[in-house]
Design a protein around this ligand. Structure first.
Ligand SMILES: C[S@@+](CC[C@H](N)C(=O)[O-])C[C@H]1O[C@@H](n2cnc3c(N)ncnc32)[C@H](O)[C@@H]1O
Length: 265
């Protein structure tokens, strides 16, 4: 991973977006996550939502910001015939995304670029929709994030955000990085975005829970291999696996995973 040109704050948020507590792990992510294509957001749910709310998605142009290995982008291109631009800071993930687009026969519809999303949000304009899937706070607070995403789409365009909210005040103390549902809704209203749909609870858990648990086992196995290869970093790999397990647990209890579809008005 070529991490040198980016400021420390960007690297810390990059680590956070992959649920790691330390940037020490950054060089190991391509190895740790090599068995996974989908890194967070359900491609099927996103493609289904675009199909539902866009009259002619095959004429549309979508930006998948922090697209990871391009699972969502490739699904949108394949299922809807839409053009997609995917941007991610991790070059190894972009390599996989390009390969997958080829394999799925949608390379002509997809363009993948290695870039910092913080730069991309200031340059990319005029899209019919933007997807911000399972990326956390890399663009700042919910308000900062929504304000920046709003600029990327044309009027009437859609913004799809996959995140999680805390369920009650007790949980809020433990999950200080997460906003409540009310805080998110307030930001949407103040930013001139209409909520078209909120997918949460049962639908999302059915789609994601099994995947989360199976993925965890794959990551655990890779972390064990890395611990043998780099015994001096064993503590970091173990902490990472424990953090992943906590996240899966939290998403089944105090945190609610959610996908919002918003219309710029
Ligand atoms: C949990 S993954 C989600 C990937 C994808 N959206 C998905 O749902 O499959 C988080 C992604 O954010 C990317 N990322 C983190 N910070 C970034 C930044 N500043 N600019 C671009 N991508 C970033 C990581 O490289 C990683 O691919």
């Amino acid at each position: 991973m070529h991490t040198t040109p980016y400021p420390q704050s960007v690297l810390e948020k990059l680590a956070g977006s992959l649920t790691a507590k330390t940037t020490e792990l950054l060089p190991f992510f391509p190895y740790l996550l090599q068995d996974l294509w989908e890194l967070g957001t359900s491609p099927r749910i996103v493609a289904g939502l675009i199909r539902k709310y866009e009259k002619q998605p095959e004429r549309g142009r979508y930006l998948d910001l922090a697209c990871g290995k391009g699972a969502v982008s490739v699904e949108i291109a394949k299922a809807l015939g839409a053009r997609v631009a995917g941007v991610d800071i991790t070059p190894e993930f972009i390599d996989v995304a390009r390969r997958k687009a080829e394999e799925h026969g949608v390379a002509s519809l997809c363009v993948f670029t290695v870039a910092d999303a913080n730069a991309a949000v200031r340059e990319e304009r005029g899209y019919d929709g933007v997807i911000f899937g399972a990326v956390g706070d890399i663009l700042g607070s919910p308000e900062d994030t929504v304000t920046l995403l709003r600029e990327i789409v044309r009027e009437g365009g859609v913004i799809i955000i996959d995140d999680a909210y805390v369920d009650d005040t007790d949980a809020k103390v433990r999950h200080q990085n997460y906003a409540t549902r009310e805080q998110w809704l307030d930001v949407f209203e103040r930013s001139g975005l209409r909520v078209l749909e909120e997918v949460a609870g049962a639908v999302l858990s059915t789609e994601c829970a099994a995947g989360n648990r199976a993925d965890l086992e794959k990551i655990k196995a890779r972390a064990a291999q890395l611990s043998v290869l780099h015994p001096e970093k064993k503590k970091f790999f173990e902490e990472y696996v424990a953090g992943q397990a906590d996240e899966v647990q939290d998403l089944e209890s105090t945190l609610t995973g959610v996908v919002w579809v918003l219309r710029k008005i």
